[in-house]
Design a protein around this ligand. Structure first.
Ligand SMILES: Nc1ncnc2c1ncn2[C@@H]1O[C@H](COP(=O)(O)OP(=O)(O)OP(=O)(O)O)[C@@H](O)[C@H]1O
Ligand SMILES: [Zn+2]
Length: 629
């Protein structure tokens, strides 16, 4: 029987016609994405546009069945599309790029699609696409897996809860002092080697930030805090050695990190009252042998091999620094960076009497890998594609009367609903009225003539906005939510005379406009979130700035404190994403409101902030996020 007749039997001829006229966007060509691509093709979606930013890695081949050994290092999106040509009737359009790149994928580009499928592996991109789907009211099928766990959530903007309606759990973190001074588990040494040592030595743009007096060090011991700060400064000197490319200085690095620093720690008696004292390396253990030998990555190497490998791999990375613009990122699939982190962690473990680990084990921990299971990906992708037929109202026997009739799906462990079934499928909830993404704001698109970004001042924008929506300019605040910067408010108007280009309000930026005026009943205008698009020069248009015709509703205004209370009493999310590590959205939002953009120093302020976060929270940075597949 032909494929056609099967599908026609299920959805009927009329609906198949509609499906063939449907244009969908699939983001991610990894584990779930490969499966989804196959499913959507077999279902005969008219157009499938596939976006992925990455190239194929050896470790993808076990489950991303469209890829072969010969495809390693090739872009995922184009390779996936080539692989399915044999059984494809859909129009397939691959894109190599980051879905969050607003120049390659501006909002109006998203607007071409009838439905979006997320097959991503990180929260930042998931949140971004969720926001785009909200801006344009395009249904989104969100999905993720982690080992045997998985979920699939249809999101119908304005009707059902969005990805950000439920808080995701906050990550496990380690106090700075545990990582820097008193490790007691292999993970502490791995975090030290990866997030502290490797980042300081090879990520050259990581500026040293020592001035955060309010930092939570995890200790009040003045001597220890002083030591940690000094150690950071000295590491800057080690970075200089790395940048010099002089491999004869590698023994100095080893001596400093594994002997002198440990001796300094030993002098802080308080630390060792209840702990076993560390034993620094002996200087006779330091080697000048820089030959890179192949060792069994699954074996536990003796300490002398660890030191020799650390030396040879440091020498290799020093050479690479020159070729790679003085910046190397840790990547679990980059054997040099992995071996550096593994050997550094193991030498530190030895010093602190902690069991050593093989490179393979450390790869699992440092890459925060939860083994991906091909079958879970296939189940979740299958459900996502099948549910899309209901979302698009193409299943006559399973019609929905309202979007909340649709179901999401969890595997048993990901859900707290049912422990004794593999799958549970609750119907969708309404949007959470406290959700900062879908409920707290009114949304629209602002078009600005492309040549005007360098002429229009923030002041002009404020006037145009106020005229259009009757805002009180005295009470208006404008935030750039993309860069998380306050651009203007009643006691901060120093940027008002700057041009949009100067303050980096550009196509793809999203701004939040809030009129804080409240009437006697505590009512005021809902904040307005505007996506900025650039419009072609059009002499017929009278205005350089085109604002959407939206009626902004009058709502009860909440204070920041009330907002916090509301969000903290928010129901526990249905999805127990134990593996998902995310920053607390609401706290971030509060922070944004407090932070201002000083004229020239916007980027510096930004960098400092992110660095500070990096220091405070040892394992929170994008790379370290353990996410659903
Ligand atoms: N911002 C983004 N833009 C485009 N594609 C993205 C973006 N973020 C992630 N992706 C892609 O989403 C896919 C997710 O697939 P998957 O979870 O299987 O990850 P993977 O990197 O292939 O595997 P693993 O992380 O397990 O090694 C990846 O191919 C990744 O490149
Ligand atoms: Zn929401």
């Amino acid at each position: 029987m032909s494929r056609d007749s099967n599908i026609t039997k299920i959805i009927g001829e009329e609906n198949l016609k509609k499906l063939r006229a449907t244009k969908c966007l699939l983001i991610g060509a990894g584990g779930i994405g490969s499966e989804l691509l196959k499913d959507l093709i077999l279902m005969e979606f008219g157009e499938i546009h596939l976006v992925d930013l990455d190239t194929i890695d050896l470790s993808n081949l076990n489950r991303q069945f469209l890829f072969r050994q010969r495809d390693i290092k090739q872009p995922k999106s184009t390779t996936a599309v080539k692989a399915v040509q044999g059984f494809n009737n859909s129009k397939l359009v691959p894109y190599e790029g980051n879905i969050m790149d607003t120049s390659q994928f501006p909002l109006h580009w998203f607007g071409e699609f009838d439905i979006i499928f997320n097959a991503l592996d990180n929260l930042a991109a998931r949140r971004y696409v969720n926001k785009m789907s909200q801006f344009l009211s395009i249904p989104l099928l969100e999905s993720g897996t982690s080992g045997f766990d998985g979920y699939m959530q249809p999101i119908i903007p304005n009707e059902t809860e969005c990805f950000d309606c439920t808080k995701k759990e906050t990550p496990k973190t380690f106090p700075v002092c545990t990582i820097r001074s008193t490790p007691s588990q292999p993970i502490h040494c791995i975090v030290w080697a990866k997030n502290f040592l490797f980042a300081q030595l090879f990520a050259a743009d990581v500026a040293v930030n020592n001035d955060s007096e309010n930092k939570d060090w995890g200790t009040t011991d003045e001597d220890e805090i002083k030591r940690i700060k000094q150690e950071t400064n000295e590491l800057q000197e080690l970075q200089d050695i790395i940048l010099s490319g002089d491999t004869t200085l590698i023994p100095n690095i080893i001596e400093k990190i594994f002997i002198h620093d440990i001796e300094k720690l030993l002098r802080i008696e308080n630390l060792w009252k209840t702990r076993t004292r560390p034993t620094p390396l002996n200087s006779s253990q330091i080697t000048t042998d820089l030959i890179d030998r192949n060792l069994d990555l699954s074996a536990l190497w003796p300490i002398q091999d660890q030191i020799q490998k650390f030396s040879s791999i440091t020498s290799k990375l020093m050479k690479r620094m020159k070729e790679e613009d003085n910046h190397i990122e840790f990547d679990k699939d980059d054997e040099d960076t992995l071996e550096f982190v593994s050997t550094a962690a193991n030498i530190r473990s030895q010093i602190f009497n902690i069991p050593l680990k093989s490179v393979f084990d450390i790869k699992q921990i440092a890459g925060n890998i939860i083994p991906a299971i091909a079958t879970t990906n296939a189940i979740i992708a299958g459900l996502s594609s099948l549910v899309s037929l209901r979302v698009l109202s193409l299943l006559d026997f399973a019609k929905i009367t309202k979007p909340t009739d649709l179901n999401m799906v969890f595997t048993a462990k990901a859900s707290n609903i049912s422990q004794n079934r593999y799958l549970s499928n609750p119907t969708l909830a309404k949007p959470n009225c406290n959700c900062p993404v879908c409920s707290k704001v009114v949304r629209g698109v602002m078009n600005i003539q492309s040549d005007m970004f360098k002429h229009l001042k923030l002041k002009d924008l404020i006037i145009t906005l106020s005229e259009k929506y009757n805002f009180d300019t005295e009470e208006l605040s404008i935030l750039d939510t993309t860069g998380q910067r306050l651009l203007s408010d009643f006691d901060f108007d120093s940027l008002d005379e700057k041009t949009l280009e100067e303050i980096k309000v550009l196509p793809g930026s999203v701004i939040l406009v809030t009129d804080e005026t409240e009437d006697n009943n505590g009512m005021g205008l809902k904040p307005l979130e505007l996506y900025i698009e650039s419009r072609k020069i059009d002499s017929r248009k009278t205005s350089d700035i085109e604002l959407p015709d939206i009626k902004i509703p009058f709502v009860k205004m909440t204070t920041a404190e009330e907002e916090h209370n509301e969000s903290s009493t928010q129901e526990t999310p249905v999805l127990q994403t134990n593996e998902v590590i995310t920053l607390d959205m609401d706290d971030n939002d509060k922070d944004i409101k407090k932070r201002k953009l000083s004229d020239e120093s916007s980027e510096a302020t930004q960098n400092k902030k992110s660095k500070q976060e990096e220091d405070d929270i040892e394992i929170i940075e994008e790379d370290d996020i353990i996410e659903l597949d």
